[in-house]
Write a protein that binds this ligand. Structure first.
Ligand code: LMR
Length: 393
């Protein structure tokens, strides 16, 4: 049997991580995979998570199965975090999933069940696993323009033109905030125009929200998702707790299905059945920590404070890098780095130049020139600035 298999491509994010690990050079700089790192290069366990784990260890009396949809308290807490009061709770179906990836996968499976011919409109570029999962599921992907290579901002004209090609039964995948890989995001007014365009086509919005709290703050980062949930007759939302709670390996995420036309109960049943067929019960440890943090005032305050520190540190690095480049070039052509939000910025250069940064400067970014800003610290920012200019970006 195994000889019939064909090798699967490794995506460029995982390839970069492998190459970085294998590089023996001591001063190497990792701007690859999207994990937050503090100034010492550590991805810390957040203070509130550590405390919640301690409390959980003392209070937990059983590891018996949770519910197929995960703990209801987790769903309630996450729905409140993501959607605020944008929609009535009764309009939201939700299941816990293994991370945000599990939620995207669950969404695609639900879509395939409802309409195997659905075309999934995906931003060009997008997180590479989106395209991989869509292809694996046998669904059709249609790319829509997103990034303006000149301004390094959002190509609103191209995006709106391309989204107009969608129709009823199709799906438009949108990054709720902190676009991965570009770091370029629509303003709230532009979001309004995007939602108008999607709703005019009759397509279903699918929001991937993996970085709430990493861009402009917990509330601001949820604003577009809330607008979509309030205005679309139906939508799907895949939210991740990996980054904003720093619990990457605990695999904690949630899939929500919002319906204003009475489809919630059916969606809840189908999403729960999909969990059962895929993995039975979603991972519980991370979900329980998140629930404790979101519903215990002192833990929540501690978490929000640290999340804000994380966000501010990334913003500070963005500003420092843009400033370094401004001084060195005597121009504003790298100011986009300070305007981007989230962990990532697309530098906007070729794979060959990215390779030179790797070979000549031991600086690792993804081949499409996506940089993880959190991989920098105040000492490596000037090193990167100098390297960027020395390879002729
Ligand atoms: C990334 O984009 O680097 C992260 O979302 C990690 C991953 O799984 O790719």
């Amino acid at each position: 049997m195994f000889e019939r298999l064909t090798e699967q491509p490794v995506d460029k994010i995982m390839l970069t991580a492998q190459a970085f690990r294998a590089d023996p050079r001591p001063g190497k700089v990792d701007l690859g995979v999207g994990v937050y790192k503090d100034a010492t290069g550590l991805t810390p366990v957040m203070r509130a998570v550590k405390l919640a784990e301690q409390q959980l260890w003392q209070a937990e009396t059983t590891k018996v199965y949770t519910a197929l949809a995960g703990e209801p308290a987790f769903a309630d807490a996450m729905i409140a975090l993501v959607l605020g009061d944008a929609v009535p709770r009764a309009a939201v179906a939700a299941v816990g999933t293994p991370g945000g990836t599990g939620a995207v996968r669950g969404a695609l499976e639900l879509i395939k069940m409802a309409n195997p011919d659905a075309r999934i409109f995906v931003s060009d570029p997008s997180w590479p696993n989106h395209a991989a999962m869509i292809a694996y599921m046998g669904l059709t992907r249609v790319d829509y323009r997103y990034f303006d290579a000149t301004t390094r901002g959002v190509d609103m004209g191209g995006l709106l033109t391309d989204l107009a090609q969608a129709g009823p039964g199709d799906v438009v995948l949108l990054h709720g905030c902190c676009h991965n890989p570009t770091g370029a995001n629509p303003t709230l007014a532009e979001w309004g125009a995007i939602i108008d365009a999607v709703l005019a086509t009759g397509a279903l919005p699918l929001v991937d929200l993996a970085y709430q709290g990493f861009g402009d703050g917990l509330e601001a980062d949820a604003a577009a998702t809330r607008m979509i949930a309030a205005r679309a007759p139906e939508c799907l939302i895949a939210a991740s707790c990996s980054k904003n709670f720093g619990i990457y390996r605990e695999r904690t995420g949630i899939l929500m299905g919002v319906s204003h036309q009475g489809g919630t109960a059916l969606a809840q049943g189908v999403m729960t059945a999909l969990n059962r067929m895929n993995f039975s019960f979603p991972p519980d440890h991370g979900a329980r920590l998140v629930t404790m943090i979101l519903t215990t005032p002192d833990l929540r305050a501690m978490w929000e404070t640290e999340l804000e520190e994380v966000r501010q540190s990334m913003l500070g690095l963005r500003v420092q890098l843009a400033e370094e480049l401004r001084q060195r070039t005597n121009s504003d052509r790298f100011d986009f780095l300070a305007h981007h939000r989230g962990m990532f910025s697309r530098l906007g250069t070729t794979p060959e130049v990215v390779q030179r940064l790797r070979d000549e400067h031991a600086i690792y970014m993804i081949s499409d020139s996506r940089m993880n800003i959190a991989g920098l610290n105040t000492a490596t920012v000037p090193v990167l600035a100098q390297a960027i200019l020395s390879v002729g970006v």
